[in-house]
Design a binder for this molecule. Structure first.
Ligand code: ZN
Length: 256
């Protein structure tokens, strides 16, 4: 159970950096863990979910990357990488000496890469609508593969709405903003999301507390949440790492 203290320190570091950077919500944390560390990914995530409940880090996904261990030869000083102690022969790649010292590979590194800051939200508000079907064609004009673009719905006022965004890297997020705080409800990857600057048809069917989420006519999630039962619809562009993003929207259609 040594994952718990390690996860606790990861959580505390993430929280400290998020607060310092005035981040509203942390979506994911990139972690590099040495291959020789026996930390179990699932346990780390489970402890993290537990520790972060109720904080701005709640719901953040840990993206764990295993990095090879580095050894150095005691005889000729050659450094070499080892992926696995079971599969690799532990001897110097240059002089084949077996007198080697572990340099790195048991530790972990952390990059808080994907913090979400919506720096630009374009809302051509229409509505209000209670139960409806909203469809729109959306396309990224410029940004990176991590730029999120999509729709807002059941928007009450600034800082209070649901949103559904996709990005060229194939990820989607359905969530809400309540009193300017971001709450992810569903996030994941979908093969139905077209990458690069392709047009994606986005659709939301709202019926009572349920919303069905579609990408290119494929239902990818159904969410249930009763924070807002009606409101306006609009569009948004969010960015994670870079300072700008630009998306184009066409054929907005709201029906019952
Ligand atoms: Zn050597």
């Amino acid at each position: 159970m040594h994952e718990l203290p390690v996860t606790k320190s990861i959580y505390q570091i993430v929280l400290k950096h998020a607060k310092r950077g005035n981040v509203k919500r942390v979506m994911s944390v990139n972690l590099e863990i040495g291959t020789l560390s026996d930390l179990q990914d699932e346990r780390v995530q489970r402890y993290f979910d537990h520790l972060s409940r109720g904080s701005i880090v709640e719901g953040a996904k840990l993206k764990i990357n295993r990095v090879p261990a580095v050894f150095r030869c005691n005889r000729c000083q050659q450094s070499f990488e080892v992926d696995s102690l079971l599969e690799n022969d532990l001897s110097c790649t240059q002089c084949h000496s077996r007198a080697v010292t572990l340099v790195s590979g048991r530790e972990y590194h952390m990059q808080l890469k994907e913090v979400r800051r919506i720096t630009y939200a374009s809302n051509s508000d229409t509505g209000p609508f209670t139960d409806f079907t909203l469809e729109i064609d959306a396309r990224l004009v410029s940004g990176t593969e991590h730029t999120d673009y999509g729709i807002t719905f059941r928007r009450q006022c600034r800082g209070n709405f649901y949103f559904f965004t996709v990005s060229p890297d194939g990820t989607f997020t359905v969530g809400k903003q309540v009193k300017n705080e971001w709450y992810p409800l569903e996030t994941g990857k979908s093969a139905f999301i077209k990458g690069d600057n392709s047009t994606n048809s986005l659709k939301v069917i709202c019926d009572g507390p349920e919303a069905q989420i579609f990408v290119n006519e494929n239902c990818i999630r159904t969410i249930a949440d009763d924070s807002f039962n009606g409101g306006r619809v609009g569009m948004m562009v969010g960015v994670r790492e870079q300072p700008y993003g630009h998306a184009a929207f066409d054929s907005l259609e709201v029906s019952r």
